[in-house]
Design a protein around this ligand. Structure first.
Ligand SMILES: O=C(O)CCC(=O)C(=O)O
Ligand SMILES: [Fe+2]
Length: 337
């Protein structure tokens, strides 16, 4: 099992069927996602900017987020060094077993009647909180990995809470509302994504189009290398890296909790010929036992509930059963109109 990580070359298993290729020339050249400055005081104008970004894009970048720049760089260095290890050393973490807490794996795309297509990326996923429970499972090499993650996780924990409180207020709710709805024991996982140089980016995908299944994602990406793209009004928009910014995106659970007002938006990662790219996603989601459904205060005669409530475990089950496809999960929980 532990030997599926090989130096990557453009073999047929990476070539995406023609109708699913990225068509890199068709990117909206001027469009970009909103930028939110968190140095600003919490005023109604800041909340308005956030709620507009959540309604119209489901994505925004934040600057002046308060997480120290050196720490952000340190954790990206640790992740980069991990992906620079010889493949046989990284392969120790390779597994296709979804129940493993720490796993290195590849995503793939499954299309009706066609072979599986492997994405041009390698993903490393593990919990980020509570630190003491899992640190011993993380790589010892590079030596920076465990310490950088422990420090980063602490800072991101505080930042996520702040963000959830702003998003709650953006919905006109009490600032603790979203955090409380996801309980005292949220599911907190990190995913480091590595996209090696690709000889022909038009033929591959780094990550196929998807929405995040969790509630909220805080992402850092390699400086100066574009790869993330988001759908806006039916067109792909590139999310260009801004120095020291985080990319924030809403996951499916916030779409459901907000009764469809805030959007979990389709996105993908494309590859390039000149620079390897790394992104680090920190996910915040409910616990498997939590019950998720539209928040009562957001429901009235004009806004009847769009979704039925479910245990998050039920959502995850439907999610994993559609592995490799363009998943249709939250739609399964929609109530008849
Ligand atoms: O590499 C990126 O920027 C996208 C990563 C992503 O969408 C994910 O990890 O869910
Ligand atoms: Fe994503």
């Amino acid at each position: 099992m532990a030997n599926s990580i090989k130096p990557i070359s453009l073999t047929p298993n990476f070539i995406v069927p023609e109708d699913k290729r990225p068509q890199l020339a068709h990117i909206s050249p001027l469009a970009s996602i909103p930028i939110i400055d968190l140095n600003d005081h919490v005023t109604s104008s800041l909340l308005q900017k956030i709620s507009q970004a959540c309604e119209e894009y489901g994505f925004f970048q934040v600057i002046n987020h308060g997480v120290p720049e050196e720490l952000c760089e340190k954790v990206m260095t640790a992740v980069t060094q991990f992906f620079e290890l010889p493949p046989e050393e990284r392969a120790e973490f390779f597994t296709e077993d979804l129940t493993k807490q720490v796993r290195l794996f590849n995503y793939y795309l499954k299309s009706e009647g066609q072979e599986k297509v492997t994405m041009w990326s390698e993903l490393f996923s593990h919990p980020w909180h509570p630190v003491d429970d899992f640190t011993h499972l993380l790589p010892q090499n590079p030596p920076l990995y465990r310490v950088a993650f422990a420090e980063y996780a602490k800072e991101i924990g505080g930042f996520m809470n702040r963000l959830l409180s702003l998003i709650s207020q953006g919905l006109g709710l009490d600032k603790d509302c979203l955090r409380k709805r996801m309980g005292d024991n949220p599911r907190l996982r990190a995913q480091a994504n590595f996209y090696p140089l690709c000889p022909d980016p038009e033929l591959t995908l780094g990550l196929a189009v998807h929405t995040d299944l969790n509630a909220l994602t805080v992402l850092q990406q390699s400086a100066g290398v574009t790869g993330l793209q988001v759908i806006k009004d039916g067109k792909w928009v590139a999310v260009d890296p801004i120095p020291n910014a985080f990319v924030i995106n809403l996951g499916d659970q916030i779409q459901v909790l907000s009764n469809g007002r805030f959007k979990s938006v389709h996105h993908r990662a494309v590859t390039n010929k000149t620079h390897p790219r790394i992104s680090l996603a920190m996910f915040y989601g409910p616990n498997t036992e939590d019950v998720i459904g539209p928040i009562e205060d957001l429901i009235d005669d004009e806004h009847p509930p769009v979704y039925r409530s479910y245990r998050y475990a039920e959502f995850l089950e439907k999610f994993y059963s559609q592995e490799g496809t363009r998943r249709i999960v939250k739609e399964l929980f929609e109530l008849p109109k």
